[in-house]
Structure formats: C-alpha cells, structure tokens
Design a protein around this ligand. Structure first.
Ligand code: PMP
Ligand code: GLU
Length: 411
C-alpha cells in the first residue's frame, strides 16, 4: 500500500512538538506526574475584549475573500507600520489559518533552496521536504547567540549553486530563547545575493526588553514578515496568522493567494473579525503583565539550572530555553530526553529536532507549564515578582527544574 504515498511524504513523522504534547498527555492520563516542558504554547487567557469581539461576531457566516478580510488587512498594515517602521498597505497582507499553513504553502510555491540556521523551529525542514526544496543548514552556536554570522551566511551562499534562496530568521528564537542582534549584517548579505528572507516574528511581542526590531527594516524589498495571534495573545488554537509581503514579491503573493483559494478558501470569518480588535486596540497593559511573568519564570529556570556542566543562553524572549548538558553521555540527544522523561517525568524536545547534531546534548525546555490566568490574577498590581509568587503560581516549573537538576547531578 505504500505505493500510494509520495516518497517525500512517506519519510515524514508527526511534528515533534505535537507528538510530545500528545505523549505528555497520554503519560499524565496513565497516572504519571509529567512536567510538560516539551510543547510551547501560551499559558495565558486571550484578552477579554478580543474574546468579546469573537462572541459578537459569531453570526458572521459568509466565506471571506481569499486574501483575508479587508478591514483586518488594513488594520494589520497600520499596526506593522506603527510598531515596526514598515510601509505596508492592505494589499501586502495575506491572512492564513496560522503562519504554519502559510509557510507550508510557501514551500510548495518556492522554487529554489532553503537556508536554515541550526537551531530552527521543527517544522521548517519537513515543510521544505514536502515542497521538494533542498535544505542547507548553517550551524550556529551560543557564541553568536544562536544566529548565523554574516560570514557564515556568505560562506554558505557561495557554496550553493541554486539561483534562488530562501532564508528563515526567527527572532526571538524558538528553541534558543535568544534575540538576533546582528539583523543588519544578515540583511546586507541577503540583499547582496538577492536571498529572500522569511522573517518569522511570531514571538516579536514577547521580546522581554520591549524593543523589537524587524529585519524587514534593513531589507524591506526582500523580506516577508510572518506573525499572528498564536503566541502574544494566547490564541494558538484560533489559528490566525498572516504574511506581510513587499510589492517587489508580488508574483509570490499572487501565487500564495491562489493556493489559499485552492486549499483553505479563507480563514474562519468570526476569527478574522475578532482579530481586528487584537490589532486595532493597544494591548500593552496585558502584554506587559504577560512578559513580566514569562521573563521572571525564564530567569528562574535559567538561574536554577545553569551550572558548570549545564550551559544556557540568557532568556531574551518567547517561551523557551535551550540547555546543553555537558556531563551527559548518551548516544543522541533524543536518547537523553527519553532518559530524562523516564527518570524525572520532565518532557523536553531533543536538539536534533531543531537541526543540531544529535551528538550535542542539547534539549529545548518550554517554561509554560502553568496556569497563566491564575498567575495574572494573583499578581495583579504587584510591582515585582518573587520566588514565592512562582512557587504558588507555577509549582510545576519549580518542581520540574529541581527534578532536572537532580537528574543532571546524578550523572
Ligand atoms: N514559528 C514558530 C517559531 C513557532 O514556534 C510557531 C508555533 N507553532 C509557528 C511559527 C507557527 O505558529 P502558528 O501556525 O500558530 O501561527
Ligand atoms: N510552536 C509550538 C512549539 O514549538 C507548538 C505548535 C506547533 O508546533 O505548531 O512547541
């Protein structure tokens, strides 16, 4: 029966992030205590006004335009221009059911090779394989904050024959939790070789120091900005994301629109109406509270885990940390994560899922295993958070980190 499956599809496994989420739930249901540090999703509730907008638009039942609701696209273009110094208009915006779907369609459209910094989010490479685009990894390290240097990028490009290249940059980064501080030099190299950049900015509003910069500022004509509702406002399950595509890439945008129309048609109408509220109104109060909790939690994990045998880069945004266990000696990072899960109940994803050599004892830790609604409510108005707040509101983080530390000490 395998004859009916295309070769590049038969090679795929379920996405590592969703697989660890389901495995963690299965183990939990079987009675085992699991620290769910494997999957990354916002623990916080969606702001009330956005939920209300969804309720008020539940009666919207017509199919919407393939590119997305005009008023939403207009609102998003203004939002990007204001926050990020861009110059988009509503025609530059394409709305999709999550950016993951738009990225998949991108790989189906794009003819050329794909450049991925290692580490990169788990889905970029499988999606490139689905689209039959060759992937070239650029191995990075904590020395350059887990992003490629201009020299690494240029050396790689010079060794590739393909005429068109697509480079993914994701800052704040999943899995390393770091922010790219050499965007300009990366943009200059991309510009020189006419490489298209897909700037995955899904965590941009969760940049802990607040000053987010987009690589599109340095190379507007060649950068596609990708972001959406999933992370900053806790609406991953609503499935709404978008691309902002510059005029110079109009052919690509037109092909993307066609694939939207031939696949999901248009994103759920009530969700698109509700998203207008998400991008029209200032949610900085909510975001500041969310970031305060995330950054306190991240720093707690960082401070308590790092040691002379565990290296971690300082958290700068998003949901993740990327510890390296230098005293661990397993045949692969995946075997290490199995051992950790069996012995401690802490679920992590191995560095190899993010394109790192499997012999490097790296794992991604997502510090979102807590009830964000309660955490927000219980600390409302408090100026500074302390460890007692974390012990009360995020007990799994405290206990899971302690278990991980014990595991590392026992090696
Ligand atoms: N990029 C990165 C780096 C992510 O972590 C995620 C999370 N799923 C996505 C893209 C896709 O997000 P969504 O499809 O929900 O927009
Ligand atoms: N982005 C989340 C993660 O990396 C999960 C959602 C997904 O992979 O689609 O864990």
């Amino acid at each position: 029966m395998n004859k009916i499956i295309k070769e590049q599809i038969a090679k795929l496994k379920p996405s590592a992030t969703l697989a660890i989420n389901e495995e963690s739930s299965r183990l939990e249901k079987s009675g085992k205590k699991i620290y769910k540090f494997g999957f990354g999703q916002s623990p916080f509730p969606i702001p009330d006004s956005i939920v209300l907008a969804l309720k008020n638009n539940a009666d919207k039942h017509r199919y919407l335009p393939m590119q997305g609701l005009e008023e939403l696209r207009f609102t998003i273009a203004n939002y990007l221009n204001k926050n990020n110094n861009n110059n988009f208009n509503k025609e530059n915006i394409v709305i999709g059911p999550g950016t993951k779907e738009l990225m998949l369609l991108t790989q189906i459209i794009f003819k050329g090779d794909v450049l991925l910094p290692a580490p990169s989010w788990v889905s970029y490479q499988p999606q490139a394989l689905i689209g039959k685009n060759k992937v070239h990894w650029i191995q990075t390290s904590s020395n350059s904050n887990w992003f490629p240097t201009a020299k690494q990028l240029e050396d790689k490009i010079k060794n590739i024959k393909s005429e068109s290249l697509l480079l993914f940059i994701n800052s704040p980064n999943n899995p390393s939790g770091t922010v790219c501080n050499n965007l300009q030099e990366i943009a200059e190299v991309a510009k020189k070789y006419k490489v298209i950049i897909l700037s995955d900015e899904i965590y941009s509003q969760l940049n802990f120091n607040g000053q987010y910069k987009s690589i599109s500022n340095f190379y507007p004509e060649g950068t596609i900005v990708s972001t959406g509702l999933s992370k900053w406002c806790g609406a991953g399950g609503w499935r709404l994301g978008f691309f902002a595509i510059p005029n110079q890439l109009e052919n690509f945008k037109n092909s993307l629109k066609i694939l939207c129309s031939e696949s999901f048609t248009s994103v759920s109408a009530p969700i698109q109406y509700a998203a207008i509220e998400a991008y029209k109104v200032d949610h900085s109060k909510y975001l500041n509270s969310v970031k305060k909790i995330l950054s306190f939690t991240a720093n707690y994990v960082y401070e308590n885990l790092r040691s002379n045998v565990i290296n971690i880069s300082k958290p700068e945004g998003g949901f993740y940390l990327f510890p390296e266990f230098n005293n661990a000696n397993f045949s692969s990072s995946s075997e290490m994560c199995k051992d950790i899960l069996n012995k401690t109940g802490v679920a992590l994803l191995p560095g190899s899922d993010f394109g790192l050599d499997s012999s490097k004892m790296l794992a991604r830790l997502s510090y979102t295993d807590f009830n964000g609604g309660n955490f927000l409510k219980n600390t409302l108005g408090s100026k500074k958070l302390d460890t007692a707040d974390l012990e009360k509101n995020a007990p799994n983080i405290v206990a899971g980190v302690a278990a991980l530390k014990d595991w590392s000490n026992s090696l």
